[in-house]
Design a protein around this ligand. Structure first.
Ligand code: PXG
Length: 460
């Protein structure tokens, strides 16, 4: 047994954690004062904490446990692969069976001519690959000046230097001297917060046209690619107006710019199809994948690349790769995850049954006095909290409402995230209709309690 096992009391685990473990995206002073929530085990959509408390995990971990927790087959796949070949690399003209099989399966699942996979250990690494890949592609076409990548404000593409530069989170750029050169951010299609007096339709068109204007200002001969999440996830589950994506596609089709769809959250059934690009009618040249690829059971990601881009790089040695590119255990687990998603009809069930059921239930929260917009696409949804529905006004003290409701969610046995004053969900795809009812009931109770907290604090 390892030194730390489940027998330690929670307070001791929390003290050791605060003393030695540096957490991502965590307010350290608060962590030290309150102690981290210690999650011990999980099954289906349910998490169990170190004191036996149970939470319905409406975030699927971090948007990744698409298959739900506790699937024995994935543990078996990992163990079998560890016995057969626990590690080998894919550098220098070497390969192994799990990487071959997974690349083939992904080429089969991916739309269009996306037939080539470059593996990474997660989404950040994959987007770093994409930056170098598109720039190297254009250089190989004799256009080394095509370097600029256009992204969007409030996008999330990862946390490494390259991928955080692609992302549009200014509070991330503020730490560590980002963004790197050659990345330009345009406005996001977030009608609720930024649409003003425009109709959603007109706003969607206007935001899409910014892409055309920006490409034309920089010069098409200098722009390598546009990157975007089909539905922004970490930015607050922002579902763009219906007019947005067709106009973006039209603009891209007129210009010789590569399109990278970041499918790290939207991929593998989250929107009711294998990829968000299918749900939203996108035709990318490259898709970034991670998370649901292995349902989070193993760290794996990658870039699925079109024939055109792969052919354009055929004569070039790409001086890039990670020790764990195509890790055999991660590939074996991903393959087993894809097999189950497919054979158990989970993606189709989301599309035809559970996502429509969730959509109706989620929309019913729109009558709550604290809720302005309810947005949903497949199994990802958001609620905009507002002190005034009719004017779509933000709270004077941004983030306090989200935090109040989020804290109440934990108290009610529900993991629902807050992004500023938007509440977001992205549950495991295997969630049942009964569990959706539980999710909605707990969300409503948390909204009621959070609203009372805001009123007693004088914030509402
Ligand atoms: N692209 C997208 C669209 C993502 O959502 C990444 C890339 C980076 O993937 P890795 O595997 O390197 O983390 C992500 C990750 C949040 C949250 O708070 C979101 C992510 C990661 C951590 C937290 O919503 N998305």
């Amino acid at each position: 047994m390892n030194k730390i096992t489940n027998h330690l009391p929670t307070a001791e685990l929390q003290a050791l954690d605060a003393a030695h473990h540096m957490h991502p995206f965590t307010a350290n002073a608060e962590l030290a004062a309150k102690g981290a929530r210690v999650i011990k085990s999980a099954k289906g959509v349910w998490l169990t904490g170190s004191d036996g408390e149970r939470y319905l995990d409406a975030m699927a971990g971090l948007w990744c446990v698409n298959l739900g927790y506790g699937r024995e087959e994935l543990a078996e796949a990992a163990a079998a692969q560890m016995r057969e070949l626990p590690y080998y690399n894919t550098f220098f003209q070497t390969t192994h069976i799990p990487a071959i099989a997974l690349a083939e399966r992904l080429a089969e699942l991916a739309p269009g001519d996306l037939n080539h996979v470059f593996f990474a250990a997660g989404g950040s690494e994959a987007n770093d690959t994409n930056i170098r890949l598109v720039r190297t592609y254009w250089a190989a076409q004799g256009k080394p000046e095509k370097q600029v990548i256009i992204s969007r404000k409030n996008a999330y593409h990862g946390s490494s230097i390259g991928s955080a530069s692609l992302g549009g989170m200014t509070y991330m750029h503020a730490q560590g001297g980002l963004p790197i050169p050659g990345i330009v951010h345009i406005d996001q299609p977030h009608w609720w917060a930024e649409g003003g007096d425009l109709s959603p339709h007109d706003f969607g068109i206007a935001r899409a046209r910014q892409l055309a204007e920006t490409i034309d200002e920089i010069g098409e001969d200098k722009v390598a690619a546009f990157i975007a999440e089909p539905i922004q996830g970490a930015g607050g589950v922002i579902v763009p107006p219906e007019s947005y994506w067709p106009e973006v596609q039209r603009i891209l089709a007129e210009r010789d710019i590569l399109f990278i769809a970041d499918e790290v959250i939207c991929g593998f059934g989250r929107t009711g199809n294998w990829f968000g690009s299918e749900t939203l009618g996108l035709a990318p040249d490259i898709m970034t994948i991670a998370k649901g690829l292995s349902s989070g059971y193993q760290p794996i990601g990658g870039s699925i690349v079109s024939d055109r881009v792969a052919d354009g790089l055929a004569a070039t040695e790409f001086n890039h790769g990670y020790t764990y590119s195509g890790h055999p255990v991660a590939c074996a687990v991903a393959l087993e995850n894809l097999r189950i998603l497919d054979e158990e009809g989970i993606v189709a069930r989301v599309r035809e049954e559970t996502a429509p059921y969730l959509a109706k239930a989620w929309a019913s929260l729109g009558d709550h006095p604290l809720v302005g917009e309810t947005a949903i696409c497949g199994m990802m949804g958001s609620l905009a909290l507002t002190p005034d529905k009719s004017s779509r006004a933000p709270f004077a003290e941004g983030g306090a409402a989200g935090m109040a409701v989020r804290e109440r969610c934990f108290g009610n046995g529900l993991v629902m995230r807050a992004v500023g004053d938007r509440m977001i969900i992205s549950p495991p795809l295997v969630i049942s209709e009964d569990e959706i009812d539980t999710l909605i009931a707990r969300a409503r109770r948390s909204l009621d309690e959070g609203m009372a907290d805001l009123q007693s604090a004088g914030l509402l």
